[in-house]
Design a protein around this ligand. Structure first.
Ligand SMILES: Cc1cc2nc3c(=O)[nH]c(=O)nc-3n(C[C@H](O)[C@H](O)[C@H](O)COP(=O)(O)OP(=O)(O)OC[C@H]3O[C@@H](n4cnc5c(N)ncnc54)[C@H](O)[C@@H]3O)c2cc1C
Length: 420
């Protein structure tokens, strides 16, 4: 078998496959202190890695998780405002974005929201539905990490925290070098997540490893991210930061009816986060600021049509400060029915071109990733490299807001874990 090697360190000239450069690399220890042999190595103790480990362990596999952080499930802990929106009871394949929209179907069908709810209930974790099928912990997201860690312990999974991976090699099996140890196993699962929230330790490791093994990557981009407005609109609206309204936001192909929030730099809130996953830089977005309402009807009915009347009518429909500002900036030239009809049209199709998203620093997830054509949709195993699996956010499957991203982590993790 051809040896494939990924070395985390400065690229050295010469054979065979040095790839990735990370400042501060020191030479590998010539004699690693400990050699561990397992059936399965999982890189990353996040949502997908923990689920995969527990499922593989239950099948009797000897499983090790190698995690670079000092604790497991850090992103779970900050998710859902600290309460973890752990699934969505209406989760279905339409809630996911992928270059191959059919890819997530198999895993999602075999590990459903009900399966995860059953696990949560088995552990007597109290939860509630917030809105639109989104389930949150009543107490804290740590209920979910503790549950997953307990499942892993019951399945005899070994977790190695604070482990910096120096090299990944494949000979007759996979060999991982960390600073202090060497791990060997016939199967390797990459569950290292995406690029969002770099200050929490997000790395491009999974994508680089996939490339090293010759797998294609769909270009990555921040998703579920707030949008930054251009300088003119920022001046016009951003002093209203904190104001929110129920709107319909749309690009040419997708629309979402939820809350929008004005921020210091632009727009956020569920409607905008959802849209950002479909938005491409340079494209305009349309916002209906008063969905299903005929706002100007009340102005047309009164005898005295003027700005004062319009203000009071708009303020009945929209938050007061936003209504006043929006109307000032879209003040009609006169009060004829024709001009009011144009004002009504603008209310339902306010068109803006955001400057950008707020990037990976603020994005909840990373869209794009390991090309699904490279993987089996049933097992998440690479078609090219037997024994190599990718699960969770590192794969080119991105969920809508509302618990779908965790459901993908559980479903893809379980698919691989059961196949191992
Ligand atoms: C602020 C925020 C809130 C969110 N809230 C929700 C929510 O309520 N509901 C929802 O469905 N989704 C939510 N998400 C998205 C969700 O957290 C992710 O989709 C999910 O965590 C992805 O799981 P994962 O296991 O693929 O990756 P992660 O959970 O990111 O886990 C990856 C793990 O790999 C480790 N790792 C990375 N590089 C290496 C390396 N080189 N070596 C070893 N280990 C490595 C990381 O430290 C991490 O532990 C939220 C995201 C954010 C940022």
């Amino acid at each position: 078998m051809r040896e494939t090697r990924m070395r985390i360190g400065p690229c050295r000239s010469g054979p065979p496959t040095a790839l990735v450069s990370v400042a501060g690399f020191r030479r590998l220890p010539q004699n690693p202190v400990v050699i561990h042999k397992f059936d399965v190595l999982i890189l990353g103790a996040g949502a997908a890695g923990l689920m995969c480990a527990a499922e593989a362990g239950k099948q009797g596999r000897r499983v090790a998780i190698i995690e670079r952080a000092d604790r497991a499930g850090k992103k779970i802990l900050i998710s859902g405002g600290g309460r973890c929106n752990f699934t969505n009871i209406f989760c279905q394949p339409d809630n996911f974005i992928s270059s191959n929209p059919h890819f997530p179907k198999s895993a999602l069908a075999r590990y459903t929201a009900s399966d995860f709810i059953a696990l949560v209930e088995k552990h007597r974790i109290p939860y509630h539905e917030k809105t639109l099928g989104q389930l949150f912990c009543d107490r804290s997201a740590s209920d979910i990490t503790e549950m997953l860690e307990l499942e892993c312990r019951k399945a005899a999974v070994k977790t190695f925290l604070n482990s910096r991976i120096r090299e990944v090699r494949r000979t007759t099996e996979f060999v991982i070098h960390t600073e202090l140890a060497e791990f060997h196993a016939p199967a390797l699962v990459v569950a290292t997540g995406g690029l969002s929230i770099p200050k929490m330790g997000a790395t491009a490791f999974g994508y680089e490893l996939a490339r090293q093994f010759g797998l294609k990557i769909q270009a990555t981009r921040p998703a579920l991210a707030p949008l930054v407005l251009g300088s003119r609109e920022r001046t016009q609206y951003c002093d209203l930061a904190g104001v929110s309204a129920e709107v319909v936001v749309a690009t040419d192909h997708h629309s979402f009816k939820e809350k929008m929030l004005i921020t210091h730099r632009g727009l956020s809130g569920p409607a905008i986060l959802q849209l950002s996953s479909y938005w491409n830089k340079g494209e305009p977005i349309q916002i209906d600021i008063a969905p299903d309402r005929d706002v100007t009807a009340a102005i047309r009915k009164v005898k005295v049509r003027n700005m004062a009347t319009a203000r009071s009518v708009f303020q009945r429909v929209l938050p007061k400060r936003f209504a006043t500002r929006w109307l000032d900036l879209h003040a009609p030239s006169d009060w004829t029915n024709q001009t009011l009809a144009e004002l009504e049209r603008q209310v339902h199709k306010w068109t803006l071109t955001p400057a950008d998203t707020e990037g990976y620093e603020k994005a909840e997830v990373t869209a794009g990733g390991v090309d699904t054509n490279e993987l089996s949709s049933k097992t998440m195993e690479s078609r090219k490299v037997p024994g190599l699996f990718f699960v969770g956010e590192v794969v080119d499957v991105t969920g809508h807001l509302g618990g779908h991203n965790f459901q993908w982590a559980w479903a893809s993790g379980a698919a691989a874990g059961r196949a191992l």
